[in-house]
Design a protein around this ligand. Structure first.
Ligand code: PLP
Length: 355
């Protein structure tokens, strides 16, 4: 087996092939220190509420966001699906951007778990506004679904890592309150937004009824997401977590990674953003690249020109050791993260300059 980052060619100290995985910020592996924290975790049966490390993580996260409670789940898909379920009744509708993860990448789970429909809005790079939401709220007639929940994504994934400031969210929160709609945040990459805006989790917590954050994205934990809200909301969420098979037993080993990540891996996200901008500068000079989306955080989305397609361009990069994903026939996404070192970024720059 080859180590996943470096491969020294036999008998050579200088020639090496570096594998650089820009596929997603989910590909990170626990650091030595994170692993040590995991190994030292005290655990118990969480279905009985008896895992002290999970209890500690949930208390830490709810306090961070100024909320009453939180529940630890295996994935961000599960926290989002549970949130939709608790906020809605069958035949309601959810208002969100057409690029939303809950619509695009959760296998239409909203239809299965909640029997709701989606009212999809357009907006710049994954963001929606109070005006567009207000115009989309349906009047109450027997023949219309009932608008019940608004979901924002921060940062936006398919929107290229774009983010909202709390000033932009405030009118949306006010509108939802006035119209009696729930407001959920898909904050899989919320901390990428917060290190850019300088805002606190509490400022965000005040604006939403429920918040999902991923520990397994930029924060570098191997597994885990948190759903955060008030007592009654989380009490119901726990029931649906069990129904969906997310009631884990001695999962405190995973929660310990989450605690470690929240304590140690937030500030460093800025480095990923800097690395993204550095690579973006090189892409901007390439004749075969166009339409680079504004680089706001750790995600780079751009198009390649014909005769290249996303697939042929990616195949070319793969030969040089860079892995990334297609986001459309001509569209590519690079994602920066904890396991992309400075040396790797230099290597990416070098390889792109040779294309
Ligand atoms: C990754 C992601 C999720 C959750 O994904 P899981 O792989 O299920 O943890 C949710 N929302 C967004 C925007 C994401 O990028």
């Amino acid at each position: 087996m080859l180590p996943d980052k470096f491969y020294l060619w036999p008998k050579s100290k200088t020639l090496y092939f570096m594998l650089i995985n820009l596929t997603s910020d989910t590909v990170t592996k626990p650091t030595k220190r994170m692993l040590a924290a995991m190994m030292a975790a005290e655990v118990g049966d969480d279905v009985f509420g008896a895992d002290p490390t999970i209890n500690q993580l949930e208390a830490k996260a709810s306090k961070m966001f100024g909320k009453e409670a939180a529940v630890f789940c295996p994935s961000g898909t599960m926290t989002n699906q549970i949130a939709i379920k608790v906020h809605t009744q069958p035949l309601d509708e959810v208002i969100c951007h057409e690029y939303s993860h809950i619509y695009q990448y959760e296998s239409a789970g909203y239809a299965l778990t909640s029997s709701v429909s989606m009212n999809l809005l357009q907006g710049e790079h994954g963001k929606i506004t109070a005006e567009s939401i207000e115009a989309a709220i349906k009047p109450v007639y027997d023949w219309l679904p009932i608008s019940k929940l608004v979901v924002l994504e921060n940062t936006t994934n398919k929107g290229g890592g774009n983010y909202y400031t709390s000033k932009e969210i405030l009118p949306i929160a006010k509108l939802c309150k006035a119209k009696g709609l729930g407001l959920h945040l898909d904050g899989a990459r919320l901390f990428n937004a917060l290190v850019e805006t300088g805002e606190t989790p509490q400022q965000i917590g005040q604006l939403f009824d429920s918040i999902s954050i991923c520990l397994s994205k930029g924060l570098g934990a191997p597994v885990g997401s948190l759903l955060i809200g008030n007592q009654e909301f989380i009490r119901q969420a726990r029931r649906f977590r069990k129904v969906l098979g997310g009631g884990m037993r001695q999962a405190g080993f995973l929660a310990a990674a989450g605690i470690y990540a929240l304590d140690n891996h937030i500030d460093r996200l800025k480095k990923d953003h800097k690395n993204a901008r550095k690579i973006g500068k090189v892409l901007a000079k390439m004749k075969v690249v166009e339409n680079i989306r504004p680089i706001k955080t750790n995600i780079l989305i751009f198009d390649v020109k014909k005769p290249y397609t996303a697939d042929t361009f990616l195949a070319k990069l793969a030969k040089k050791g860079i892995q990334a994903v297609a986001f459309g026939p001509q569209t590519i996404r690079f994602t920066l993260h904890l396991d992309v070192s400075k040396e790797m970024v230099s290597q990416v720059v070098k390889i792109l300059q040779q294309v």
